[in-house]
Design a binder for this molecule. Structure first.
Ligand code: NAD
Ligand code: ZN
Length: 379
């Protein structure tokens, strides 16, 4: 099968690889029809993780089931399915509680597994023609009849739509509240859309990319361009000096200042400043325990200078971590099915898998107009 392989920092190659196959009786084999490049892939692409060269990337996948293992009950050949980026077993203590991002079975010694991901188990990714899905009955979301025509919408259920929604859950967004979102990448845009869905009165999105901010405006959010700085002051001005009721961090450890220099604690401390006293902050942007490639001394050890005093004095609280996609994907799929939302509004490029190297390069540079890339292995 053809697959996009991580060959080393900033080197993605489309190669012939051994076909993915059923390895255990509980596996399902999926022919991938749509697979996205995610901001999370970029941490690996840039060589900022322990990703092993030779592995296939891709954790945002949709496809059609072509084979099922002998112990698979529910999923049938021919089903159109969306695969949550987290791989769960469905029977451990965390999966049982809906915390599928922290499965205790699939990545022994750790909490949480994923396809094509550094530190998340040995699983291959779906930027390929075929994908092996462990515990297929648990991990496949069977899609409704409009699956094919709305593929670019349903594929967002694998990760970024539930992840953006998770940010608003961690932050506790309620109807009528104000929300500030840092980052207008795909995840931040989904957090903005989710806040609007939940009936927020005011959703402010901070970034420096005008093309991305324009997409935020399309779903009713207030774009805040931080290119010249001043984003924090603008949020305070729009909230009468108090700060927003809720805040979402959708950037992560590689967040930058206006000069495009990495300042790992910037968004977290901006959130402390721009969320009101007693407000909650949801952090879905990735932060890592170790980051040897960082310029910042603290960041190398996964640490940051956090304004804990201000945070404490304001009585704020915080929620963090991988999104438990399984906790939301079924309900969110109904919003797509019944045309309440169209998450594909952020898609800028639909390309054949063969174009993965070019797509990675442009998306990594956050080139104007490269918001979200969807790859088609069959094209
Ligand atoms: P992305 O890199 O495309 O977008 C990040 C955006 O943040 C960019 O538009 C960038 O300009 C902006 N940004 C940088 N510094 C900023 C600052 N100081 N203030 C405001 N905006 C700033 O990535 P994405 O796909 O949107 O993902 C965002 C983050 O979410 C990444 O860290 C990714 O790994 C993470 N993620 C987490 C989960 C999860 O389950 N928790 C799932 C998917 C992605
Ligand atoms: Zn992703």
């Amino acid at each position: 099968m053809k697959a996009a392989v991580y060959a080393g920092p900033r080197d993605i190659q489309v190669r012939d690889m051994p076909d993915a196959k059923i390895e255990r009786a509980t596996d399902v084999l999926v022919q991938i029809t749509t697979t996205n490049i995610c901001g999370s892939d970029l941490h690996m692409y840039e060589g900022r993780t322990e990703m092993e060269p030779g592995r296939i990337l891709g954790h945002e996948n949709v496809g059609v089931v072509v084979e099922v293992g002998s112990a698979v009950d529910r999923v049938k050949v021919g089903d159109a399915v969306c695969l949550p980026f987290n791989i769960g077993c469905g029977f451990c203590e965390n999966c049982e509680k809906g915390l599928s991002g922290f499965c205790l079975t699939v990545n022994p010694g750790n909490a949480g597994g994923a396809y094509g991901f550094a530190g998340m188990g040995p699983y291959s990714g779906g930027q390929a023609e075929l994908l092996r899905v462990p515990y297929g009955d648990y991990n496949c979301l069977i899609l409704p009849r409009d699956a094919e025509e709305k593929q670019s919408d349903y594929v967002m259920l694998a990760d970024i739509f539930p992840t953006g929604f998770h940010a608003t859950e961690l932050a506790g967004v309620q109807p009528g509240e104000s929300v500030v979102v840092y980052g207008a990448g795909p995840v931040g845009l989904m957090a903005a859309m989710s806040s609007m869905l939940k009936g927020a009165s005011q959703v402010m999105v901070v970034d420096t990319h005008k093309d991305r901010l324009a997409l935020a405006e399309k779903v009713g959010a207030i774009p805040i361009d931080d290119t010249e700085g001043g984003g924090v002051e603008k949020v305070l001005e729009l909230t009468g000096g108090k700060g927003a009721d809720r805040g979402c961090e959708c950037v992560g450890y590689q967040c930058c200042n206006m000069h495009r220099e990495e300042v790992p604690n910037l968004t977290m401390n901006n959130l402390v400043q721009t969320v009101k006293a007693t407000g909650r902050i949801g952090v879905v942007g990735v932060f890592v325990p170790e980051d040897p490639g960082a310029a910042d001394k603290l960041e190398k050890r996964g640490r940051m200078a956090f304004d804990f005093g201000a945070f404490w004095f304001k009585g704020q609280s915080i929620g963090t971590g991988q999104a438990n996609v399984k906790a939301y994907n079924r309900q969110l799929s109904r919003l797509i099915e019944h045309n309440r939302v169209k998450p594909s509004w952020i898609v800028s490029h639909e390309l054949p898998l063969a174009d993965a190297p070019v797509a990675y390069r442009n998306f990594d540079q956050r080139k104007d107009g490269w918001t979200k890339v969807v790859l088609k292995p069959a094209a």
